[in-house]
Design a protein around this ligand. Structure first.
Ligand SMILES: [Zn+2]
Length: 272
């Protein structure tokens, strides 16, 4: 029987049988892995808290029959600001799914784990900043996933970033409005080129481009340290970051849909 101790973030929790929990965890060295927490009377309150989803905890395991079993667990950071706010909790579920997607089983977690912990910290300590945190997380996750875009200038003519730019998602580049109108005049069907590749173009302004560029290139601890100049810039930044990540991962996330549905319900409630 081998013992192992590590700090890990709880990505998912599913019930196994009547009282055991199957934990999906991610740690710096081990990457993504599974562990079982035995339920029933042996479970202490401390372990219940430490094995809640989206908690950063210190674990001790023993290995038996090819499985890791939780011997002890202590929460190191529970991100309390996230726990009692359903919008933040839904976002944490989406962040965890993205981290799951961008991590490998039993291979070091790399930069995605610090990004996840920073994003959780920001969600926990801020108010009314969820959309900006979500977008910064998405853009940086895309970069960590190997999809860093070139955001210094128009990728076609090299002109400086202006107020009327587009993110050419599949080419990971910017395109200015004059270049775009020249190209759309040449292409009979702008949505699909002759190779069948879809062109996905997301509109941006100068402030939104600056924010995307900052998030893509900032030192890990500074990823969330930026401001946008207007509500419109924030909106364009948010749409571009989400579109960029989802198109490159070639998938959507039910947890993201749940978050959006919750926001829509909230907005409806405010209106009525
Ligand atoms: Zn151009």
């Amino acid at each position: 029987m081998r013992n192992l101790s590590t700090d890990a973030f709880v990505l998912r929790v599913t019930l196994r049988g009547t009282s055991d929990k199957l934990l999906t965890l991610i740690s710096p060295k081990e990457g993504r892995f599974y562990a079982i927490l035995k339920g029933g009377h042996s479970m202490k309150n401390r372990e219940v808290a430490a094995t809640e989803p989206y908690t950063w905890s210190s674990f001790e395991f023993y290995e038996k029959n090819g499985f890791k079993w939780v011997k002890s667990a202590t929460a190191l950071q529970a991100f309390p600001g996230v726990r009692y706010d359903s919008e933040k909790l839904f976002l944490a579920a989406y962040f965890s799914d993205v981290v799951f997607e961008l991590s490998d089983e039993n291979a070091p977690a790399g930069d995605i784990l610090p990004l996840c912990l920073n994003a959780m910290h920001m969600l926990s300590v801020t108010k009314d900043d969820d959309a900006r945190i979500k977008a910064a997380f998405e853009m940086r996750a895309a970069v960590i996933g190997g999809f860093a875009p070139a955001l210094e200038a128009c990728g076609r003519c090299g002109c400086a970033v202006g107020e009327d730019m587009y993110l050419d998602v599949m080419n990971g580049a910017l395109i200015c409005a004059p270049c775009l109108s020249r190209e759309t005049a040449l292409l009979p069907a702008p949505e699909v080129d002759e190779t069948g590749v879809r062109h996905i173009l997301l509109p941006l302004c100068a402030s939104a481009v600056a924010a995307l560029h900052f998030v893509a290139t900032a030192p890990p601890k500074r990823v969330f340290s930026f401001r946008l100049t207007s509500a419109r810039a924030e909106d364009l930044f948010g749409r571009a970051a989400e579109g960029y990540l989802l198109h490159h991962l070639e998938r959507g996330f039910p947890t993201l849909e749940n978050y959006k549905r919750l926001l829509a319900i909230r907005r409806q409630m405010i209106k009525s």
